[in-house]
Design a protein around this ligand. Structure first.
Ligand code: NAI
Length: 208
């Protein structure tokens, strides 16, 4: 399938499509109209058609969408047909919660290394992985194929860390520090802010 550049707004909606389609597939549903998909997902049918048209639609007039095909194609777009090696930098409260989240592994995101600067954490095992001193990071990345680094350290030093990771060849950074990071180089960065979601919820509470 040839792919043109898709807007990030569309890409950000795809994981939801993927999840719902996976559930339909598990329930034995083989085809679905954009209207039924819309009713299930609470997204307008026209939005669904517009989004899926970005990839050639995957649907047939009067037939609807083939659930398995659509699920697999969206999965490929989202890299779900590949395995990703991940490392975690910062094994504090958030880092440990992320390391203990087993679903990432089931979705093909494999944690292969954990790093921290705190000597009390170095040497401990989290999900069977020994926490290494941060001084080992460059060597580890050179010896292992690291696709994604999770950054869960305090924000001081985060930008320098991100630049190093990019220079050492890491392809993507899942940045949880409060600072939005932008660096020179090819590494893609996804800045994650749970607080933004919380503020959106607060807005909804006060504007229903
Ligand atoms: P924490 O203090 O429990 O953990 C931070 C860990 O990073 C510690 O183990 C510390 O030793 C380690 N560390 C510090 N400098 C390091 C370095 N240079 N290299 C390697 N490890 C280093 O903090 P917590 O609660 O786990 O939060 C971590 C980060 O995530 C903070 O920046 C916090 O603001 C942020 N955060 C972001 C959220 C989000 O939605 N994006 C939600 C919650 C926290």
């Amino acid at each position: 399938m040839s792919q043109r550049k898709i807007s990030m707004a569309v890409i950000r909606r795809l994981p939801r499509y993927y999840k719902y389609l996976g559930e339909l597939l598990n329930n034995g549903v083989t085809k679905i109209s954009s209207q039924d998909l819309s009713d299930t997902m609470q997204v307008t049918a026209s939005q669904i058609r517009q989004d899926l048209n970005n990839f050639g639609g995957f649907g047939q007039q009067g037939y609807g969408y083939n659930v398995e095909y659509l699920y697999n194609e969206i999965g490929k777009i989202l890299g779900q047909d590949q395995l990703h090696n991940m490392i975690l930098i910062g094994a504090g409260n958030l880092g440990q919660a992320l390391a203990n989240y087993t679903s990432f592994g089931r979705q093909g995101f494999h944690l292969i290394g954990i790093f921290d600067i705190n000597p009390k954490l170095v040497g401990l095992k989290m999900r069977g992985i020994e926490v290494l001193d941060i001084d080992n990071l460059e060597q580890f990345i050179k010896e292992n194929s690291v696709d994604i680094a999770i950054l869960a350290t305090p924000k001081a030093g985060a930008k320098d860390m991100a630049q190093n990771l990019s220079d050492w060849g890491v392809k993507g950074l899942w940045n949880f520090t409060p600072e939005d990071l932008f660096i020179n180089g090819d590494m893609e960065i996804e800045n994650v802010h749970l607080f933004h979601s919380l503020m959106t919820l607060a807005y909804q509470i006060h504007n229903d």
